[in-house]
Design a protein around this ligand. Structure first.
Ligand code: NAG
Ligand code: NAG
Ligand code: NAG
Length: 541
């Protein structure tokens, strides 16, 4: 049964119908709330886990944090008995201290298909350590010494279709390796692109932006250009043109990047686009060291990575931004959040925090894609983080541009608070449009290419052609990049109302392969008129 035939349900529906035809909340700009004044550490790295907890950590060589290790524990060989990792529970809005033994500073990681976080590298005695975290009420970190071939500090990880991670680069590591290893003798493989894009003493290519292209190759962006890379043959498949202007986009000229929503049609994805935004101009790092804070970059480049000869489309943001985070929202919009408008990444090197997130709507016409959102009150500069939660909010934490915890007499004190940004789709005035999934239940299994029926309710009338179903991979966020971030728009039938019932159904087809959706946990959302439902966890295999 369609919308028109269900109108007799409620006299107010005519009013809701009118609302439906109004543009979706152009003036609304989201809202902010402080969740916890202090989590004791500065959330420098964050990963959402499939039980709606978020594991966070900063550094072990940082001094004493403001949260103690449990049960009077101390780290071995250390007088520091404070925690440098915590687990945040979204439902109870509370934290629990965890114990990392070795230094996880500026490290990387990915959620494995089994739902455990595997984190790699760090600094000092943590350079070659792999750590795993399985979440439960009493779980803690496990550490595997000497598990990496190389020192991985500022590397980028991506989950692969075979369920392993690739770990790419890191300071003075112009190569890549896999974890877990296929054998104890599996070596690293060199990656000259990381040498070619490295600027002596400045780098500008750390934490490269890496995405799995649906053809199975990796898109790797470093500094101001990118390659398509076949990691299994160690071959560059394609070199993309340098981004117009040639300005650097990676650490310490830290911008951010995102793989735009992948629309699956007839078992494939036809258009694969990457968006790279912000950063700091050439010389900004050295200038900032000398007290001159250059204006951040205000451009984004967008490119079709699966085309043979693609060109960058350049767009200008309403606000310049360095050390910002690009995040995919469940409705396919991209949020640019956190960051500063001058200087660069690095201790004491950022200025003029950008308090306003900016929304980028990829499907709107060029010139009307950006929309400035309402500001936070807290500067979130270098070492700040953001992740999407299942309820559609964006969890924001961290910010510490200092070598230690510093709370007084500095421009931007170390930030221990946790905050949430609620995009305008969570505005209560839009609740009549908001879907709610009634089945399947969360933690459901999904098999490649198989059909699934999703049942949902919407308080007001539904426009069936404005319903879509999306899946978002939970990413590992640090240093303005969300590793493994991807959003799939599933092929679906038009939703329809079940006769005589108060719910709707939509038939979807699961992603076809691990190249399009590596096995593991995803958040699935029903989106109606750009308003997402709360997500459910699905496990694809
Ligand atoms: C603790 O220090 C001792 C003596 O310096 C050293 O042999 C040992 O490896 C250290 N333990 C750890 C876990 O670092
Ligand atoms: C990518 O390709 C699609 C389909 O051909 C096109 O509509 C879009 O404008 C292209 N994007 C860029 C950035 O060139
Ligand atoms: C969905 O609905 C739209 C508009 O009502 C229609 O154009 C389209 O053909 C429908 N698609 C399917 C798969 O039924």
């Amino acid at each position: 049964m369609t919308l028109s035939t269900s109108l007799h349900y409620h006299p107010l529906l005519f009013f809701f119908l009118f609302l439906l035809h109004a543009p979706p909340c152009p003036a609304a700009g989201g809202s902010w709330s402080i969740l916890l004044q202090s989590i004791g550490i500065s959330a420098m790295h964050m990963q959402l886990l499939p039980n709606d907890r978020v594991v966070m950590f900063d550094r072990t060589d940082f001094g004493t944090s403001q949260i103690s290790l449990p049960n009077g524990k101390c780290r071995h060989n250390s007088t520091d008995c404070s925690a440098h990792s915590v687990e945040y529970d979204v439902a109870s809005n509370s934290i629990r201290p965890l114990m990392v033994l070795t230094d996880v500073w500026c490290s990387s990681g990915a959620l494995m298909p089994n739902g455990r976080l595997t984190q790699t590298g760090g600094w000092g005695e943590g350079f070659r350590v792999v750590r795993t975290y399985r979440s439960c009420d009493a779980c803690d970190w496990r550490e595997i010494p000497n598990a990496l071939n190389e020192q991985r500090w500022y590397a980028t990880n991506h989950i692969l279709p075979d369920g392993r991670q690739i770990i790419i680069g890191g300071r003075q590591a112009f190569n890549y390796e896999f974890y877990p290893k296929a054998s104890t003798t599996e070596n690293s493989h060199s990656l000259p692109f990381l040498v070619q894009t490295n600027e002596p003493n400045i780098e500008n290519n750390l934490y490269p932006f890496v995405f799995l292209n649906p053809d199975g190759n990796l898109f790797i962006f470093a500094n101001n250009r990118a390659i398509l890379f076949d990691y299994s043959k160690n071959q560059v498949v394609r070199s993309y043109p340098t981004m117009p202007g040639g300005q650097p986009r990676n650490y310490p000229s830290t911008g951010s990047a995102v793989l735009l929503p992948l629309r699956i049609q007839q078992g494939t994805v036809n258009t694969v686009e990457v968006l790279v935004c912000g950063g700091a101009p050439k010389g900004a790092f050295v200038n900032a060291l000398n007290g001159k804070f250059d204006r951040a970059l205000d451009t984004c480049g967008r490119i079709n990575i699966s085309d043979q000869n693609p060109q960058w489309l350049m767009e200008t943001m309403p606000l310049a931004r360095v050390v910002g985070d690009l995040l995919l929202l469940p409705n396919g919009h991209v949020l640019n959040i956190n960051g500063a408008s001058a200087g660069s990444a690095g201790w004491e090197l950022g200025r003029n925090p950008v308090l306003n997130p900016v929304l980028y709507r990829p499907d709107h016409p060029v010139g009307s894609r950006f929309q400035v959102q309402n500001p936070s009150t807290k500067p979130r500069v270098y070492h700040s983080t953001a992740v999407l939660l299942r309820d559609g909010r964006v969890l924001v934490g961290g910010s510490n541009p200092h070598d230690k915890y510093v709370f007084t007499d500095v421009l931007y004190p170390t930030e221990l608070s946790l905050e949430a940004f609620s995009p305008s789709y969570l505005d209560p005035r839009l609740s009549t449009l908001r879907p709610n999934i009634i089945s399947p239940k969360t933690k459901t299994k999904m098999h490649y290419s198989k059909k699934m029926v999703i049942r949902f309710t919407v308080p007001g009338p539904v426009n069936p052609s404005l319903v879509s179903v999306t899946m978002v991979a939970p990413s590992f966020n640090t240093h303005s990049f969300s590793m493994n971030q991807r959003l799939l728009v599933l092929p679906s039938s038009n939703s329809s109302k079940v006769v005589g019932q108060s719910y709707y159904t939509v038939d979807v087809t699961a992603p076809p392969s691990g190249n399009i959706a590596p096995a593991g946990n995803y958040l699935l959302f029903v989106v109606h008129n750009e308003i997402p439902s709360p997500g459910i966890w699905v496990r694809v295999r």
